[in-house]
Design a protein around this ligand. Structure first.
Ligand code: GLP
Length: 254
């Protein structure tokens, strides 16, 4: 029997971002002290913007030696990347992560890993990426956002718990939701992505699911009420022993 998802609320996205950042900082400290060898699993999306802003602030407030020590132990793998976009394209997740943490924190490229959206064969790249995570020992703390259709990463419904890292087509609703970075035009959003599967996500030691805003209230309600099912990929998280849901008041409103 899986442990229930633990819930923590905060009034708004900024307060919630500070809370999530504190957990990431804790995971970095664990790595620096040798308590955990596993890399972080990171996510992009609007939900994560206040998280990375708070993490930058927290790190800036530390004494220099401590900050350098923690950053020397940074090693992360992101969930997903658009097929066809590389780090030089500001709409890629690689560019988003470089702007949010890589450049401001002075991380080396090898510390901040994402699937290569420009790989000649995305399926081969997905297998390479999964093998790199396995070689690093699997993921430690996995940060997740929640798509309005219940996806995590780009595991669009229907999606089973054994899905592996792979190249997937993106749903029309996901391309619409992510059109903001593409001039508001969903037809310009890539129609494929490389994503970790539910299997790699569920193998993480701990999972932090972060949900903010009134637009996510319906899917969050479904998630909290649904038994695990392929129609709502995030619902497989009910089968994980250590999931924390961090949500703001708007997302929790019914
Ligand atoms: C995106 C990403 C997810 C993200 C989710 C929510 O499409 N693939 O990793 O967590 O959907 O995004 P947002 O935080 O912008 O609502």
């Amino acid at each position: 029997m899986a442990a229930p998802i633990r819930l923590a609320g905060e009034p708004g996205p900024e307060a919630l971002g500070r809370r999530v950042a504190a957990r990431l900082l804790g995971a970095l400290r664990d790595r620096a002290r040798g308590l955990s060898q596993r890399p972080l699993g990171l996510a992009t999306g609007r939900t994560m913007e206040p998280v990375y802003a708070a993490l930058r602030d927290d790190l800036a407030a530390l004494p220099g030696a401590e900050r350098r020590e923690l950053l020397a132990h940074w090693h992360s793998f992101n969930l997903d990347e658009y097929v066809g976009l590389g780090p030089a394209d500001p709409r890629s997740f690689a560019a988003t992560m470089a702007a949010a943490v890589g450049e401001p924190l002075g991380l080396a490229p090898a510390q901040l890993c994402l699937p290569d959206g420009l790989a000649a064969d995305p399926e081969v790249e997905a297998q390479r990426y999964a093998a790199a995570i396995a070689a690093a020992g699997g993921l430690g703390l996995q940060l997740l956002g929640l798509g309005s259709n219940g996806h995590v990463g780009f595991n669009e419904p229907p999606c089973g718990p054994d899905s592996r890292c792979r190249c997937v087509p993106l749903c029309a609703s996901t391309r619409q939701a992510n059109a903001g970075a593409f001039g508001g035009d969903p037809s310009r959003v890539p129609n494929q992505a490389i994503t970790l599967g539910m299997a790699e996500i569920l193998q993480a030691e701990r999972i932090l699911l972060v949900v903010t805003g009134a637009a996510k209230a319906p899917v969050l309600r479904r998630l909290l009420q649904s038994p695990p099912s392929a129609d709502l990929p995030a619902s497989w998280l009910h089968n994980h022993p250590c999931v924390s849901l961090l949500a703001d008041a708007d997302a929790l409103a019914s």
